[in-house]
Ligand binder design. Structure first.
Ligand code: MLT
Length: 311
């Protein structure tokens, strides 16, 4: 009897294949390439992806045997969950696998932007020893505004509290009492924009959050604001951010995510007050191993007709 087929459409931790076990035929493809993905998905029982593969209505329509879409990570914005459900395809993810890694990268970008690490490093490699040009600012006793106090936002708040920061947050779904237990004061978005010295975005990408921070919002911020987005591109409007950084309306930005990815050519990359990374939030050995094992387990259970527990 032939084994159920699992298609791994992006580079995943080797632990993923080990956790799937011997009962499946494993195939690989480059899911970011539609010409490879559409024929490859046609006869598989499950597909495993990160964020570069768009499992949209077209891909689902091409997949006549598909039973499970597994997202080795948190965000489901590259999977058309509604179309999958309509086609009877289960969607699973690994909602806690990379939250520590994402939180740590947000803090890293904040420190890098505050201390000009990226331009100072580039200058030094260029033979320039410029100490006063790259004078930075401390996080200590500054106010950080967390936009989105979910799993990752909470981890960022805890880490920045340890730096001696005053933590405020905007999240319409979080009660002030619960946040206060963590030492976080809940505020409106306008209050956050007016008070924050640092701002870090930790929201999923949904129609409601796209463009949440645009020109109007940035105009309310302090000129010294350092903004970090390691959540999803497009939540902060890139054109408005560029203008705000270029004109000194805000001071600096640390960006890991972009409205359109991959993104190798952006006017933002020309600014010295921007430090940018190519969507590396979840790219640690630990997060990839946890994500791979978690989704492999869910796929195994689903294809064996067993109950898939909530992660
Ligand atoms: C996530 O949503 O979990 C990350 O963006 C995942 C990734 O980079 O694969």
């Amino acid at each position: 009897m032939s084994k159920p087929v699992v298609l791994i459409a992006e580079e995943l931790s080797p632990a993923t294949v080990a956790a799937l076990g011997p009962d499946f035929e494993i195939r690989h493809c480059n899911g970011a390439d539609r010409d490879e993905l559409l024929p490859a998905i046609a006869d598989v029982d499950a597909i495993l992806v990160r964020s570069a593969t768009k499992v949209d209505a077209e891909a689902l329509a091409a997949a006549s045997h598909l039973k499970v879409v597994a997202r080795a990570g948190v965000g489901l914005d590259n999977v058309d969950v509604k179309a999958a459900t309509q086609n009877g395809v289960m969607v699973v993810n690994a909602p806690t696998s990379n939250i520590v890694s994402a939180a740590e990268l947000a803090v890293a970008l904040m420190l890098a932007a505050a201390r000009h690490i990226s331009p100072a490093h580039a200058a030094l490699r260029n033979g320039e020893w410029k100490r006063s040009k790259y004078t930075g600012i401390e996080l200590y006793e500054k106010t950080v505004g967390i936009v989105g106090l979910g799993r990752i936002g909470v981890l960022v708040a805890q880490r920045l509290s340890a730096f001696g920061m005053n933590v405020i947050a905007y999240d319409p779904y979080v009660q002030a009492g619960r946040a206060a237990q963590m030492g976080v004061r809940m505020v409106t978005l306008d209050e956050l924009l007016a008070e924050a010295d640092f701002l870090s975005v930790h929201l999923p990408k949904t129609p409601e959050t796209v463009g949440l921070i645009g020109a109007e919002e940035l105009a309310k911020a302090k000129p010294s604001l350092v903004l970090v987005n390691a959540a999803r591109g497009g939540i902060v409007d890139e054109a408005a951010l560029y203008d705000a950084l270029k004109t000194g309306q805000i001071a600096a930005a640390g960006l890991d995510v972009f409205a359109k990815e991959p993104c190798t050519d952006s006017p933002l990359f020309e600014l010295e007050n921007v430090v940018a990374t190519p969507h590396l939030g979840a790219s640690t050995d630990e997060a990839q191993e946890k994500a791979g094992i978690a989704v492999a387990r869910s796929v195994r259970l689903a294809l064996n007709g067993e109950l898939v527990p909530d992660a």
